[in-house]
Design a protein around this ligand. Sequence first.
Ligand code: SAH
Length: 376
Amino acid sequence: MLRFSSSVSRLILKQYPVRLIHARSRNRCYPDEEDDGDKARKREVNKDGYFQLYKSKGQHLLTNQRILDSIVRKSDIKPTDTVLEIGPGTGNLTLKLLEAANSVVAFEIDKRMVEVLHKRVAERGVDDRLTVVCEDALKAEFPEFDLVVANIPYGISSPLVAKLVYGERRFRSATLLLQKEFARRLLAKPGDSEFNRLAVNVSLVADVEFVMDVSKREFVPCPKVDSSVVIIRPKAEVPDVNLDEWCAFTKACFGKKNKTLGATFKQKKKVVELLALSKLTELNAETEYYIGSNHVDDEEKSDEEEECSSACSEMGGASSFKEKLMGVLKSADFENKRPSKLSNDELLHLLALLNQAGIYFRDRSKNTSVVIESFE
Ligand code: SAH
């Protein structure tokens, strides 16, 4: 275990009565709880008055006051605003947010952080304007808020951005401190080497602005990666497309983003999969129609579904379906194009053509929604 005695570390320690140490990486997947060994170590550490930080929870605290100030300034917070903060940690950013906003709602997974945060905020006499929810931000339901400002745990960047931009809560902007490489992928344009499904899905519904890079040296403990601040602003108007269908479509296209669409959709596995999904979608549409006209009951519906899956497993119609698929790609000159070079307008156009031809991507048998999915 390492003890941090840098000047930055001392600066935080002066602010509240805990000492920070950092747990070694144990190659565990986020967001697993500590193992028993961890718990024992933590008890030991607590007895001695240390505060242990976990890499597995993305616990890297931003301590540079100038950078914290400029994040708040760039966020353009109004005195009437409610700010949502994800992963407040010991509250370095939270205290600044409380100076600018009417209130802050913060989601923090670590109880020890919550305690320190409450203590610091109470010392300043601003605790009545802070609500801390000790829950996993990915699983929690967010209350209403005006904007997001957060130095988030980097391990949850992709699902968190998906949850925010495709979620039901409307908000003005999200100022996020992210791992630099992730920020670059978020900002990438068609043709850039970093351009992938993340940028495609986010740019459909939001604009992303680069604000500044932040060196890893500004964090305690110092992480391996540099960071960047970006602001995500939801668009006032988004294209008229089913978002679940769109996300399933981009997933199919960007599996191998540099492969031509012709090569991607020619694969037997893909053809059979799309045939099954398309049949299910067709069937649902018919069933909805019949239910609307009181023509079909549940038993008949499940019989029909069984028929469909056995037909698909026999690969019935697979070759004509493949021809249809290739025909659509050729008709609009998409066969030799690579998704990594296509604009959202081109991708939307292709999806509309495919849907018109009865080719669908979304798995309607699963009730999952994009908001809990990751984009990468
Ligand atoms: N914003 C603070 C701390 C950043 S460290 C600062 O800049 O100093 C990231 C914080 O996110 C940690 O406190 C960690 O415990 C918390 N965290 C990790 N996973 C989380 C999750 N799924 N939901 C909410 N908080 C989480």
